[in-house]
Ligand binder design. Structure first.
Ligand SMILES: Cc1cc2nc3c(=O)[nH]c(=O)nc-3n(C[C@H](O)[C@H](O)[C@H](O)COP(=O)(O)OP(=O)(O)OC[C@H]3O[C@@H](n4cnc5c(N)ncnc54)[C@H](O)[C@@H]3O)c2cc1C
Length: 148
């Protein structure tokens, strides 16, 4: 067994959380490996959207600027300007007429206007996976992993 002189972080799961941590570690030159059990890696036949609000400051700290600049690519509503309130307010559309029936005001805990981004999980995962080597593994592999 080769002795490890520096900590090497093992990330189990290439979801938004695992990939965001991987980006943060990469930016800080901390060695890591990402293992994901899904063979399709960043794409599922059925996906969902996520309203990201309180986690945005955490993503600011983890995701490098060039990828943060591209986060609107993963948005579900390209008409929104996420840079400034109230143009970033999530909207509810009438599915039949296409008209906007409600703009949702997002406030932080102290009542000041906040940020919210409604993201496609699939597209956000693909963005955060850029430059990250995700190793597809079977759960059985991890069951037999040992620590020195
Ligand atoms: C319909 C729906 C709507 C939602 N809406 C919102 C919302 O509006 N706002 C919001 O904040 N959240 C929302 N969520 C929740 C949000 O999707 C999750 O909190 C978020 O995706 C969790 O990310 P994660 O990376 O922690 O976990 P996951 O996305 O679950 O990723 C975990 C990854 O780990 C992999 N994995 C698991 N076990 C192993 C293993 N043993 N070995 C290797 N890989 C493994 C999985 O395959 C998966 O890819 C919603 C969820 C659903 C289902």
């Amino acid at each position: 067994m080769v002795p490890i002189s520096r900590p090497h972080v093992i990330i189990i799961g290439a979801g938004i959380t695992g990939l965001a941590i991987a980006q943060g570690l990469k930016a800080r030159n901390i060695p890591f490996s990402v293992f994901e059990t899904e063979t399709r890696n960043v794409s599922r036949p059925r996906e969902w959207t996520m309203g990201v609000h309180w986690a945005l400051p955490l993503l600011d700290a983890l995701i490098p600027q060039h990828l943060r600049d591209r986060m609107p690519e993963a948005s579900v509503d390209a008409s929104l300007d996420y840079g400034k309130y109230p143009n970033n307010a999530p909207r509810i559309y009438d599915g039949l007429s296409g008209k906007c029936v409600k703009e949702l005001e997002i406030n932080d805990e102290d009542g000041t206007p906040g940020r919210e981004m409604r993201m496609s999980r699939r597209r956000l995962r693909a963005l955060f996976a850029e430059g990250i080597d995700v190793q597809v593994c079977l759960q059985a592999f991890l069951a037999h992993a040992t620590l020195d």
